[in-house]
Design a binder for this molecule. Structure first.
Ligand SMILES: Cc1cc2nc3c(=O)[nH]c(=O)nc-3n(C[C@H](O)[C@H](O)[C@H](O)COP(=O)(O)OP(=O)(O)OC[C@H]3O[C@@H](n4cnc5c(N)ncnc54)[C@H](O)[C@@H]3O)c2cc1C
Length: 307
C-alpha cells in the first residue's frame, strides 16, 4: 500500500515534489518532530484538488502545513501525507490584493508596500504563509488578518467555494477554518477546509510612509527570542491578561524541562534549546498551565497546533 501511495503521489505532484520519511523537525520552526510518512509540495490548485480527492478516496490521513511556524509536531512523526502549499502568486487591482495561500506573509507585506498599499505593516516579521496566517487569524501590534481579509477561496469537501469575511467568523486567533478541539487544538486527521487564496482590502498610501512603519515594527519585534519556537504558546485568555507577563511574575522565565525552556527574552514563548522533544514541550506546557491555574484561577488555552 505504501508503494502504491508513493507512486500515486509522484504521479500527481511530480517526483521531485514528494519526499518520504522527512523529519518534521526540518519543516517546522520549533525544529521538533519525527518523520512524516510523505511530504508533498503542491504547485497548483488543480493538483491540490486532485490530491485531496485521491487521499480521501484512499482513506489516507493528511495535514496542510504552511511555514510550520505555529505547529508542535509529535516525536512519533505523522503517519500520513503532509501537504505543503507551494502556489504563491500575488496580484493587485486598485486597493485589493489577491494572494495564493502559499505566498509568504513577508512577501505579501513587501508587495503591498511596493504598490503603495497600507494596512499590512503590523504583519511584517511574522513567519507565516498567508494561508496559515488566515487560518490562525494571526495578529500583532493592534492588527490582525480579520481586519483586512474580505474573502477567501477555499476547498471544502472537494468543492471550490468563496467565503465572505462574515462567514469566516473570525475571533481572537480563531476562524471557521479551524476544525480543532478548542482547548487542546490537536489537528484532526483530515482538514475540512483548505484555504487556496485570500483577498485583502488595503488603503492607498505612500511607499516611504509604509516602509517606515514596517521598520518600526521590525524594531519592536526584537524582543522576541531568536531560538527555534512556534511563537506564543498560549492564547491571551482575555483583554489585559498577558500570558508572558504573568509567567514572568511567576518566576518562570528560563524554567526548563529537558530541552524546552520558557524564553528568557519573552516568557510567552517556549524555545527549543537544542534537542527538545515534543514530550518536553508538552510537559512544560502542562506544568505552566497548572501553575497559572493555581495562582490566578485561569486555565490557559493552547495557541499552537499539535500535530
Ligand atoms: C518567532 C515567531 C514569532 C511569531 N509571532 C507571531 C505574531 O506576532 N502573531 C501571530 O499571530 N503569530 C505569531 N507566530 C505564530 C505563527 O507565525 C502564526 O500562527 C502563523 O500564522 C502560522 O502560519 P504558518 O503558515 O506557519 O502556518 P502553520 O504553522 O504551518 O499552520 C498553522 C495551522 O494552519 C493550518 N494551515 C496552514 N495553511 C493552511 C491552508 N492553506 N489551508 C488550511 N489550513 C492551513 C495548518 O493546518 C495548521 O493547523 C510566531 C511564530 C514564531 C516562530
Amino acid at each position: 500500500m505504501r508503494n502504491i501511495l508513493l507512486d500515486y503521489l509522484k504521479h500527481i505532484a511530480g517526483d521531485k515534489n514528494v519526499r518520504e520519511n522527512l523529519p518534521l523537525s526540518q519543516i517546522t520552526t520549533f525544529k521538533i518532530g519525527g518523520p512524516a510518512k510523505f511530504v508533498v509540495d503542491v504547485l497548483s490548485k488543480e493538483i491540490l484538488m486532485r490530491l485531496i480527492s485521491g487521499l480521501s478516496f484512499l482513506g489516507e490521513k493528511y495535514f496542510i502545513l504552511g511555514l510550520g511556524a505555529n505547529v508542535l509536531a509529535s516525536d512519533d512523526g505523522f503517519n500520513g501525507v503532509i501537504i505543503r502549499i507551494a502556489f504563491k502568486d500575488i496580484s493587485h487591482t486598485d486597493d485589493f490584493i489577491y494572494a495564493d495561500a502559499g505566498a509568504k506573509l513577508g512577501v505579501v507585506c513587501n508587495f503591498a508596500r511596493d504598490n503603495n498599499l497600507a494596512g499590512l505593516e503590523w504583519a511584517v516579521g511574522i513567519p507565516a504563509t498567508i494561508g496559515g496566517a488566515a487560518y490562525m487569524n494571526a495578529g500583532a501590534f493592534g492588527g490582525q488578518m480579520s481586519d483586512i481579509i474580505v474573502m477567501a477561496d477555499i476547498l471544502e469537501n472537494g468543492e471550490l467555494k468563496t467565503l465572505s469575511a462574515n462567514s469566516i467568523k473570525y475571533g481572537y486567533r480563531s476562524s471557521v477554518f479551524q476544525g480543532l478541539d478548542k482547548t487542546v487544538r490537536v489537528a484532526t486527521s483530515r482538514q475540512k477546509i483548505v484555504i487556496l487564496g485570500v483577498y485583502l482590502k488595503l488603503q492607498r498610501s505612500q511607499k516611504d510612509i509604509i516602509a517606515q512603519k514596517m521598520k518600526d515594527i521590525l524594531q519592536r519585534r526584537k524582543t522576541h527570542p531568536k531560538e527555534p519556537s512556534a511563537g506564543s504558546v498560549f492564547k491571551r485568555p482575555f483583554d489585559g491578561f498577558y500570558v508572558g507577563k504573568v509567567l514572568d511574575e511567576l518566576g518562570l522565565k528560563g524554567y526548563q524541562i529537558g530541552g524546552a525552556k520558557v524564553s528568557e527574552k519573552h516568557a510567552g514563548f517556549i524555545v527549543n534549546t537544542g534537542g527538545a522533544t515534543c514530550k518536553d514541550v508538552l510537559h512544560l506546557m502542562e506544568d505552566i498551565k497548572t501553575r497559572v491555574k493555581n495562582k490566578t484561577g485561569v486555565l490557559l488555552e493552547n495557541e499552537i497546533v499539535l500535530l
